[in-house]
Design a protein around this ligand. Structure first.
Ligand SMILES: *[C@@H]1O[C@H](CO)[C@@H](O)[C@H](O)[C@H]1NC(C)=O
Ligand SMILES: *[C@@H]1O[C@H](CO)[C@@H](O)[C@H](O)[C@H]1NC(C)=O
Length: 432
């Protein structure tokens, strides 16, 4: 049963979101309501139908319990409960007095909303209803309409206008364009108030790896705010702007859908979408950071932005493209970030082997794989650099810089990039 109710102001959970949701009406999802994955049952929608909560089928044929933009053909997902454990057809989500609970067809619990217990946590809290709000926030409430859980507190990779990111919270990028599992990048506001983009220690997520863009490292950030006018900023405890991440001022914000997402390629992007059908054109990028992800990320351990043995080139669309060098082929043709394998028999290291005649180089202008080197020579001519790599069975690529620097590199190659700033030549070894 769906009831239309006015949300009272005391459900406000933070000073920033209070104003915007206080005056909203919402459709109440009542206790005992449920949805089945793959069923024809309609999702739970917000009053304006802009957002919906329910099951979304993904590439693999399984389902995510998700929130999505419901009035655009793309059905863009903004949150999901079970990104790392997609469930099969027939799985069920049910609103009970204990919580919102997702179970698979065998009845095994896959996920449940962890309720805020508050200060008087000795008493068990009881859910009375739930609602999909027009902001894109899904909330569970008690009988007094106090919020017990909300999706805005547990973001996946996306922030919506009026949503905030508190200390200790993060956005984790999807693994790839079509795989929503937690991936290799994080936008993290630490308990210490530092805000940065990091690579993760995928697939563990125990620690953050390399920080590749810092917004605040003085330990003073209190929360990240994405406001209605399209600004994304780090605020202090009074809500004052400390660091502008995307200082947008969209004047016609009511005509747009907006989202900020940390995408699978490590770039934080602000997208807008015109609501008017006449100007239909899908999502377009309003702002993004870092400017050049290919040169921004350098990992001491790990492959860098692209997978091992590939190199990253920023396209005209400002998106990174991961390219396999000659002699190498993609590990997963459906995921260009998966890396590349050597597509030829390796050079023999056996003593007296004449194998080296079987090998030669392809020349790549302005390509380098920083940190993969195991030898460095100075003041040598380019011909010497090629020869010293050719006769060395361990050498996969020689990098030469005008002026006489020569580096020998070994596989797997990491942090590969092609950029004018590289200013070196790569001689990549291939089998003739
Ligand atoms: C998505 O990526 C994760 C992490 O690599 C992997 O475990 C999972 O099998 C992938 N899912 C699909 C449907 O390919
Ligand atoms: C690398 O980039 C430079 C400059 O953009 C270009 O001239 C060069 O051809 C590129 N190299 C490869 C291998 O694409």
């Amino acid at each position: 049963m769906v009831l239309s109710v006015k949300l009272p102001c005391y459900i406000c959970f933070s000073f920033l979101t209070c104003f915007t949701i206080s005056a909203q009406s919402y459709n109440s999802v009542t206790l005992g309501s449920s949805l089945i994955a793959g069923d024809i049952s309609l999702p739970w929608v917000s009053p304006s139908k802009v957002f919906a909560f329910g099951f979304q089928k993904i590439e693999s044929g399984s389902f995510l319990l998700a929130i999505w933009f419901n009035r655009i053909p793309e059905r863009t997902i903004t949150w999901s409960a079970n990104r790392d454990i997609p469930v099969p057809r027939g799985s069920k989500v049910e609103l009970t007095a204990r919580s919102l609970i997702l179970t698979d067809p065998s009845g095994r619990e896959v996920w449940r909303a962890r309720l805020l217990t508050g200060s008087s946590s000795s008493r068990g809290v009881t859910v009375a209803s739930a609602a999909m709000l027009d902001t894109g926030n899904f909330v569970l409430m008690d009988r007094a309409s106090a919020v017990l859980w909300q999706s805005f507190d547990e973001p996946t990779d996306t922030l919506l206008p009026t949503q905030t990111l508190n200390q200790g919270k993060q956005l984790i990028a999807s693994f790839s364009r079509k795989n929503y599992s937690s991936g290799r990048f994080s936008f993290n506001l630490g308990y210490n108030g530092n805000l940065a983009l990091y690579t993760t220690d995928f697939p563990l997520f125990n620690t953050l790896n390399t920080n590749y863009e810092t917004f605040a490292d003085q330990g003073f950030g209190s929360l990240v705010v994405f406001d209605q006018s399209g600004s994304l900023y780090l605020a202090d405890s009074n809500g004052g702007v400390l660091v502008n991440i995307f200082p947008n001022e969209i004047s016609h914000e009511k005509a747009l859908y907006q989202r900020v997402i940390l995408e699978y390629d490590g770039v934080l992007r602000h997208y807008v979408y015109s609501k008017s059908a006449s100007r239909y054109g899908g999502w377009s990028i309003k702002s993004f950071t870092p400017d050049n992800i290919c040169t921004a990320v350098i990992q001491q351990t790990g492959s860098g932005v692209c997978g091992f043995n590939s190199y990253c080139k920023l396209g005209d669309d400002s998106r990174p493209h991961c390219i396999c060098p000659p002699g190498y082929a993609p590990l997963d043709p459906n995921n260009e970030m998966s890396g590349c394998y050597q597509n030829f028999a390796p050079q023999s290291c056996k003593e007296g082997s004449q194998d080296k005649n079987q090998y030669d180089f392809k020349v790549l202008q302005d390509v380098d794989w920083p940190l993969s080197d195991y030898e460095h020579y100075q003041n040598v001519p380019v011909e010497w650099c090629r020869e010293v790599c050719l006769t060395d069975c361990f050498c996969a690529v020689a990098i030469y810089r005008n002026g006489g620097d020569c580096w020998k590199k070994k596989v797997p190659l990491s942090n590969g990039k092609n950029d004018t700033s590289v200013d070196r030549i790569a001689f990549i070894k291939i089998r003739i």
